[in-house]
Design a binder for this molecule. Structure first.
Ligand code: DO4
Ligand code: MG
Length: 298
């Protein structure tokens, strides 16, 4: 069972998307209200949804034909880094000016007890399905980072799984690790969606298949796949470091690191279409906009 949000007669509406791709309208205003109502009734969110939809008819529209919104307006998005070997190797490459097989402090964090966790985004900087992600004007080496996101509550309980894109500037991060916030955070630099898969409906979260496709002028120019089974750490471990002595809000998203990196010579350009698919969740699609076309369209 998945949760979506969409516009119905211009009104943001919560929906349940079943495993046979039927969409039902839910009466709650957002995902957290659904979770809280289920908690108050001492039943699971899945049970509450099943009760609601057993008394209603599905929409006669497919999920793809809906005007989808970000499934949760996450107050904050945090991210874990260097949680996969592929990310460690790519970070070493960019931090050493292009040396293959180099070792740096990224090896240290990959092997350390404490994971890397950084602040990524706020609701205002985060976009949903079919919205544009922006490029920075001062970077020449930009990539999407396809990542599984955890939707958590204020005490760190994992409520659901979502697709995320941690847009990143490899040249800025590679120049100096202290530039990380600039390599990671700018307007429209984070995308999440298209649905939240309820955690209680996932048998094994280490078996998600992640695929990333990038299209340029309708031609596939990058394709990569990986699995959360390759993750160095456990999801609960990442969450425990995020919530430790911290204030976290209901509906926070924690991205869990990238396991797919485009070839080193690749950089995103205006008009590229990024598709990130995670098995059992859906495909997050966003088109890339450069700052010059953002300014032109104002
Ligand atoms: O160390 C920098 C960030 C790495 C990252 O975002 C990732 O591994 O996904
Ligand atoms: Mg990342």
């Amino acid at each position: 069972m998945r949760i979506i949000r969409f516009l119905q007669q211009s009104i943001p509406t919560l929906g349940a998307l079943t495993d046979d791709d039927m969409v039902y309208v839910l009466p709650q205003k957002d995902f957290m209200q659904l979770v809280q109502e289920a908690d108050a009734k001492k039943i699971t969110s899945l049970r509450l949804i099943e009760e609601i939809i057993s008394n209603s008819a599905p929409l006669d529209k497919s999920c793809e034909s809906l005007d989808l919104l970000v499934p949760i307006e996450a107050p904050e998005v945090w991210a874990s880094g260097v949680t996969y070997e592929r990310s460690r190797d790519a970070r070493n490459y960019e931090a050493t000016g292009g040396k293959l097989d180099a070792t740096t402090f990224y090896d240290k964090v990959y092997n350390a007890v404490r994971p890397e966790i950084f602040f990524k985004s706020t609701a205002a900087r985060t976009v949903g399905p079919n919205q544009e992600v922006f490029l920075r004007s001062d970077s020449k080496w930009q990539i999407p980072e396809p990542e599984l996101g955890l939707v958590i509550n204020k005490v760190g309980k994992i409520l659901g799984y979502i697709v995320g894109n941690d847009m990143s500037c490899r040249d800025i991060e590679g120049e100096n690790p202290l530039y990380l916030p600039q390599a990671k955070i700018w307007k429209n630099s984070c995308a999440i969606g298209p649905a939240i898969r309820l955690a209680e409906t996932v048998e094994d979260p280490y078996q998600f298949q992640i695929t990333c496709r990038i299209y340029r002028d309708e031609k596939l120019v990058v394709e990569g796949t990986a699995s959360t089974g390759q993750l160095k750490r456990r999801f609960d471990e990442l969450v425990s470091y995020l919530v430790r002595d911290n204030e976290i809000f209901d509906g926070t998203v924690l991205l869990t690191g990238t396991c797919i990196v485009p070839p080193n010579e690749f950089t995103l350009v205006d008009g590229d279409r990024i598709e990130i698919e995670i098995s059992g969740i859906g495909t997050l699609i966003n088109v890339v906009k450069s700052q010059s076309s953002v300014i032109k369209s104002i």
